[in-house]
Design a binder for this molecule. Structure first.
Ligand SMILES: [Ca+2]
Ligand SMILES: [Ca+2]
Ligand SMILES: [Ca+2]
Length: 255
């Protein structure tokens, strides 16, 4: 492994030096983190830490196993997987509980996802502008996306909350002046903004509701069409049953 780590930068350098077309898969390392002499990173700002079991107890080093791999374009390992180990010896079972990635290859981890013992996603956190601070939180319920929290002004506090119901966007709360309190509420139906409430006086109460009247009319029309369609189907079914009954009556009187 060490030979590969020392050779890889040379290989990449010579590929770029030959003057031919650039190789899209080989990205030059952009590592900003402090490295040891062998190229390994001293502190990669690990995010898979403080992992707990379902009773909230911190997992010990002996409960877990760690694997480090290098993704496409990475010279140093940039993907870390942490497995929970159940049992011992040949009967031991490993389950992925945390995975973290350095996506921009600067040597610092910037996305982390945790999993429950069923293998379902629990939470994902990301530093999307690579300033070393988490700004995106994706929360899952039974493996499905339930809430997204965003820190738009990068002050470490969320200021936009997106709520999902059955995997679909249901509403958004926004703190538009970044004072820590939401002041805009958006309600969605079928993925489309239906109405928006605005708090203009900072008392956490809506002062004005804005409606998408066209969308409401479309929904109303669609509802009415569906009701009419159901009624038509019901009548057709009744007619069919009535005819069948008539046929049976005619046949029995003929016998
Ligand atoms: Ca990074
Ligand atoms: Ca950030
Ligand atoms: Ca914020």
């Amino acid at each position: 492994m060490k030979a590969y780590q020392t050779l890889a930068p040379l290989v990449i350098a010579s590929l770029f030096a030959c003057g031919g077309p650039s190789v899209p898969t080989a990205r030059a390392p952009q590592i900003k983190a402090q490295q040891r002499k062998d190229g390994t990173i001293i502190d990669d700002k690990a995010l898979c830490k403080g992992l707990k079991d379902k009773n909230g107890q911190l997992l010990k080093d002996t409960d877990i196993e760690v694997s480090e791999t290098a993704g496409p374009g990475a010279v140093q390992p940039n993907v870390r997987r942490v497995f929970r180990v159940f049992g011992k010896g040949p009967l031991a079972r490993k389950i992925l509980i945390c995975r973290e990635v350095d996506t921009n290859l600067d040597g610092f981890k910037d996305v982390v996802r945790t999993y429950d013992t069923e293998g379902q996603s629990k939470e994902e956190r990301a530093d999307t502008n690579y300033d070393g601070r988490i700004d995106t939180w994706n929360l899952f319920a039974k493996g499905r996306l339930a809430e997204v929290r965003l820190d738009r002004n990068h002050d470490t506090r969320p200021d936009e909350w997106k709520i999902y119901v059955s995997g679909k966007l249901s509403r958004i709360k926004r703190d538009s002046d970044f004072n820590g309190e939401p002041d805009i509420w958006e309600m969605y139906r079928k993925g489309r903004l239906e109405r928006m409430g605005i708090d203009k006086t900072a008392d956490r109460r809506v002062d004005q509701w804005l409606y998408d009247t066209e969308w409401r009319r479309e929904l109303k029309d669609a509802r009415e069409r569906k009701l009419k369609d159901n009624e038509r189907k019901r009548k057709a079914k009744e007619e069919k049953l009535r005819k069948a009954a008539e046929k049976i009556a005619a046949e029995s009187s003929a016998e």
